[in-house]
Design a binder for this molecule. Sequence first.
Ligand code: ZN
Length: 132
Amino acid sequence: MIIPLPKPDAQTQPFWDACQEGRLICQRCTECHVVQFTPRARCMRCHSERLSWEASARQGTVMSFTRVHRAPNPAFKQKTPYVIAMLDMDEGFRLMTNASVAVQDSIGVGERVSVGFEQVEGMMLPIVQELT
Ligand SMILES: [Zn+2]
């Protein structure tokens, strides 16, 4: 069974295009300067449509994580156990990613991490690459 992948839409296509190039980006409102994720058509604070894309340095802190032992569907069964982490990125947005096999046994809340990319079914997905 094939792993279900993100489905880019008009708002998220630039984000996924950047991932394909090994870049992590987020939106910043040019009116009130808030950073937001996931990408949207309008600023979630001031509703402006004037949003720009900004590169992330791919550094963040683990806000929370969970270790999955029971696959939610058959496609994920071969990956168990795996770790899903919520990261507070240094630019001010929150990102949910998987953790690489290399760090999944040592990851912890408050750990500093760097985000890389993992190719899944031809799509580059953000992943916790290493503890820093
Ligand atoms: Zn705004």
